[in-house]
Design a protein around this ligand. Structure first.
Ligand code: CP
Length: 324
């Protein structure tokens, strides 16, 4: 029997003494990200069978999932990924734990590191994620903050590569909408995976200029503008997200809708993209707002593959973090 070697991508810490955190795309080397996606692709192709040389490569390993914000896809895909790799999960509802009563994330990290093998954390402020990671002696995975959603982008790039080929250097992705955490992660993905990213966002809702600056310094081709019709011209992929993200609820919803109405991805906008362009959305979608039924349910939509790929990408991330 041919044994597939353990997953040892470029960028693994020497000696394996530091936890392999997966906190953001600019904190993990491109070679490592590519290795994670290669593994995700192999695991997907193998189904539940073994692409890591063992039937249950994460047997005996436990992942803690901590959610301070709602989730469907991230929660379910991490749980199923861990179980299909032979491991186990435990859910920690922050509102029913001592975190909600003021126990610090530093102390929570120290304690959980004695019980579990990895921690996935979804929270609002990136500082909370950073505090948990700084004090954990096991890998910490970013399950979304207000400024980043790196696990989502791993699934998105996997999906784009399935549709357009693994070399994305000649591909154009247009984001139309709010310059939110997912848009920010698309900027970082452009730097890591080499596609051109065009950001069509209202002036008031642009991606953080510091992130754009980092991406350009890293060689990314990022174009910014306010006109979605111009920026979508000939694109290979059109992406959007909800107009009101989790955490924005207290902001003036009507004002955001007014600003974002012209950025809706509808059939007229898709018609300006390349004829074989795909539509992507991390979900949940607000049909009739950022995207119409005709687009999300249409033949160019890749959103269900994209959602499925959360499972496969998560397996690659878990295998890397846990050195499987
Ligand atoms: N896309 C995404 O992260 O979905 P959930 O909020 O349902 O996890």
């Amino acid at each position: 029997m041919t044994m597939t070697p353990s997953f040892q991508p470029a960028g693994a810490p020497p000696g394996g003494t530091s936890p392999r955190h997966f906190l953001d795309l600019d904190q993990v080397e491109t070679g490592t990200l590519t290795g994670i996606l290669d593994l995700s692709r192999r695991l997907k192709a193998a189904g539940n069978a073994n692409a890591l040389g063992q039937a249950r490569p994460l047997e005996g390993r436990v992942l803690a999932l901590i959610f301070e914000k709602n989730s469907t896809r991230t929660r379910v895909s991490f749980e199923v990924a861990m179980r299909q790799l032979g491991g186990d999960v435990l859910m920690l509802d922050a509102s029913q734990s001592q975190i909600d009563r003021g126990e610090t994330l530093a102390d929570t990290a120290r304690v959980l590191s004695r019980y579990v093998d990895a921690i996935m954390f979804r929270t609002k402020e990136p500082e909370r994620l950073a505090e948990l990671a700084a004090h954990a002696t096991v890998p910490v995975i970013n399950g979304l903050t207000n400024v980043a959603h790196p696990c989502q982008l791993m699934a998105d790039v996997l999906t784009l590569q399935e549709r357009k080929g693994s070399d994305l250097s000649r591909r154009v992705v247009t984001w139309s909408g709010d310059g939110n955490n997912v848009a920010t992660s698309w900027v970082k993905a452009a730097a890591r995976f080499g596609f051109e990213l065009r950001l069509a966002c209202p002036e008031e809702l642009r991606v953080d200029p510091e992130v754009i600056g980092w991406a350009r310094t890293s060689g990314a081709r990022v174009v910014e503008g306010v006109d979605p019709e111009m920026l979508v011209d000939g694109a290979d992929c059109v992406v959007t997200d909800a107009w009101v993200s989790m955490g924005d609820e207290e902001q003036e919803v009507a004002n955001r809708h007014n600003l974002l109405r012209r950025y809706q991805v509808n059939e007229a906008l898709m018609a300006r993209a390349a004829p074989d362009a795909v539509f992507m959305h991390c979900l949940p979608a607000h049909r009739g707002e950022e995207v119409t039924d005709a687009v999300i349910d249409g033949s160019q939509s890749a959103v269900w593959d994209e959602a499925e790929n959360r499972l496969h990408a998560q397996k690659g991330i878990l295998a890397w973090c846990l050195g499987a």
